[in-house]
Design a protein around this ligand. Sequence first.
Ligand code: AMP
Ligand code: MG
Length: 346
Amino acid sequence: MKVTSRPFGILNLLIIIILASCSSEEFNPRSDNRLLLGTVCVLSLDRSEPVELFEKAFEIIAGEERLMSLQIEDSDLSEVNRAAGESYAKVSPDTMEVLQAAKAYASMSGGAFDPTIAPLVGLWGIVTGNAVSPPDPAEIEAVRKLTDYRKVLINEEDHSVFLTDKGMKVDLGGIAKGYVGDKVKEFLLSEGVERAIINLGGNIVVLGSKPGGVPWKIGIQNPFDNRGRHIGLVSVVDSTVVTSGIYERFFEYEGKRYHHILDPWTGYPVENELASVSVIAEKSMDADALSTSLFVLGIDEGMKLIEEIEGAEAIFVTKEKEVVLSSGAGNYFELKDSDFSIISWR
Ligand code: AMP
Ligand code: MG
């Protein structure tokens, strides 16, 4: 008895020690960052992972940027925009996939999300950081007419895209970071990586869980406070959290804030009750397109849309510091800041 029980006991003890050390072990990553996609991209990997993974992952991000950036003259997107009103332009499969998704989200959101918002985005200049005052209303009115996602024609067979009207332009700024996050995750998974955090300018993608199966905790930015100040935490495993908000890019003119998410119908920055919307989903491209869509739609319409979509939840934060959760978001979100309160919407 004694002889057989001793090894069994030691084995048990060993298992308990291993499990205990796993569950209490914090993720102690190695992180690296690059300025890509017009923002800071941070990748955090377990220290046991080979360092070459960083370079490879950043090269994937840079490669997608070369396809979809408006700032790069020979990107797919720049070619499509240059050929507007004239001819189809060939694009890579990746660009086509994002354009197709962008059109689908435009249709799903009734045009609140519209990838042909580029001429308005350019006119406002908020994204480039050059804007100091609002544009002339007559110009806004003229340029607004160039926004219509139904005029993006995609020929799937030969991977080409045509914008039907001269002056039209596409901008994938509301969706592409999500797509790239998914691409990096795919790459890391193919390399056998079990856990990682991909942060593309605040678009967070988490791979796996923390050691011991513990969910990652992702902070939801306080829209009224400095970067890194959170109103609460979202606990997730193998998921993504993407936020759209009034605090991300903006300028102030005569005491009024003009931010970077534009209302396709008015041509002005969206003005509703929202300060931010965060979306939790499996795919970051969905979360990215949805967070922008919901932000433009506002809570009433936004809630209807998010409730129709399976596997996606939203956290709406109002300018009155109220937090409104979609029906399943309470399973993930924990409010930490007593200045804010969770309310049920109407
Ligand atoms: P996000 O930060 O993901 O909400 O995306 C905002 C970015 O998407 C802006 O910087 C613009 O490039 C672009 N954008 C602005 N308004 C819209 C809109 N209504 N629909 C689609 N994209 C937009
Ligand atoms: Mg977005």
